[in-house]
Design a protein around this ligand. Structure first.
Ligand code: AMP
Length: 425
């Protein structure tokens, strides 16, 4: 019997790893420019961490969590998202007691028992930020700015940034009453899921992709007409800062998010080039009540999460190429006979000690097939160690990109090797 990976999971290797590392390295670098520092939390938490924060009525908590009992009968859940864990860690470690805002980022795998399809996995990877402790709209703008800069830096075009305000817990109550009243006569026309959502999580109906439900929503009351003056001012403040930062956005009154904890500003970045329903690359929003609900201080917060898998998929689809040379020149040492391996190893050691990405052929084959392999695998230089090289002490260096060849004396001209390889940059 052959064993396969579980449905909805994926192995990463080869080129995908390069894309992934590029995405993650870009994020790390950008997050530090915006002064966010990393936090690592466990991949599983007590179930309550998620059910209390994300909301009992949400799809995630009702249907999608990987929940299990440990050997002592405690209910644990593989994290379906990052914010709840960060908030738990913030409170437990009192990270809020020094300076506000606390600006954190995370990179990690998330787990949701969803129906797998293109861009939707059961284990997927996210990177996200949380900015905790400040309620004013300048922080919303900073977080959106960072989300936007990240995708710009990766080289994406054709992205649409949607923003909306869903008001605070007070104004939302009034809205939901009105919204439910509006939906009542249409109950029979809504899809099965949305019918259930009327009581459990009515805002989620805005997320339904079915034409019938979307039609019903066209004339529904919109939250904008219900938000209080404080929420309104806050949202106008955010939009104003976005204008100052020259960030293009679209206010989307139908935008909702899948978690209960959001308040006021929410946002999502989508690609108009992804034709499937799974076109959101990242999103987030404010969650002003969550930390207090968790038993922490009454401090507001905001954040976002980006899907690494979808970002990678879109980068490949759009042929967004990052410059592989940024990794530095790569050297392949080709040794032509087992007896010359110790000589070759000396060369490899020298190059690796100088931090060049370097490998050697561990299996002796013919030169032309080795050179072809090196070229195909983005090596910039090949160093050839054959009979002539061993006898004369002059190694052959082939510049694969420039089709040039050099002979350099191994004992007396080591510096020349380094200069030659670096001149590739
Ligand atoms: P969310 O945590 O639901 O706001 O999702 C944030 C981002 O994570 C989305 O925009 C997607 O890019 C990504 N994402 C969410 N769920 C999945 C999934 N099941 N598979 C792959 N990516 C996902």
């Amino acid at each position: 019997m052959t064993l396969n990976s579980p449905r909805g999971t994926k192995d990463f290797f080869g080129n995908d790893i390069k894309y992934r590392n590029f995405i993650i390295n870009t994020a790390r670098q950008l997050f530090s420019v915006y002064n966010y520092s990393e936090i690592i939390t466990p991949a599983f938490e007590y179930t309550e961490v998620f059910s209390r924060s994300i909301g009992e009525g949400t799809d995630i908590v009702q249907k999608e969590m990987y929940t299990f009992l440990d050997k002592k009968g405690r209910s644990l859940t593989l994290r379906p998202e990052g914010t709840a864990s960060v908030v738990r860690a913030l409170i437990e470690n009192k990270l809020y007691s020094d300076h506000l805002p606390v600006k954190l980022f995370y990179i990690g795998n998330m787990f949701r028992y969803e129906r797998p399809q293109k861009g939707r996995m059961r284990e997927f990877w996210q990177l996200g930020v949380e900015s905790i402790g400040i309620g004013s709209s300048i922080i919303d703008a900073e977080v959106i700015w960072l989300l936007n800069s990240f995708f710009k830096q990766l080289g994406f075009r054709n992205l649409i940034l949607f923003v909306n305000s869903i008001g605070c817990s007070r104004c939302r109550v009034k809205y939901i009453l009105e919204f439910k009243k509006y939906l009542k006569p249409f109950k029979g026309e809504l899809c099965f899921d949305c019918r259930n959502r009327i009581d459990s999580n009515p805002l989620r109906i805005f997320d339904c992709k079915k034409d019938g439900c979307r039609k019903i929503l066209e004339d529904s009351p919109k939250i904008q007409s219900f938000i209080c003056s404080e929420c309104k001012d806050h949202f106008e403040g955010v939009l104003n800062f976005l204008k100052i930062l020259e960030i293009n956005y679209k206010v989307n009154p139908n935008l909702v998010r899948g978690f209960d904890y959001y308040t006021k500003t929410i946002f999502e970045i989508i690609s108009s080039d992804i034709k499937s329903a799974q076109n959101a690359l990242g999103g987030g929003g404010r969650y002003d009540d969550l930390i207090n609900q968790f038993g922490g201080p009454d401090i507001p917060a905001t954040g976002f999460a980006i899907g690494i898998d979808r970002t990678l998929m879109l980068m490949k689809q759009q042929n967004i190429n990052f410059d592989i040379k940024k990794e530095g020149p790569k050297v392949y040492v080709i040794v032509m006979d087992k007896n010359y391996q110790s000589f070759a190893l000396e060369v490899v050691k020298f190059l690796r000690d100088k931090n060049f990405a370097c490998d050697i052929n561990f299996m002796i084959k013919n030169l032309s097939s080795e050179l072809k392999w090196a070229e195909k695998n983005s090596y910039n230089f090949a160093v050839i160690i054959g009979e002539d090289e061993v006898n004369t002490g002059n190694i052959t260096i082939k510049d694969i990109d420039k089709f040039k060849q050099y002979k350099i004396n191994w004992k007396s001209q080591k510096d020349k090797i380094i200069k030659l390889i670096w001149s590739e940059e």
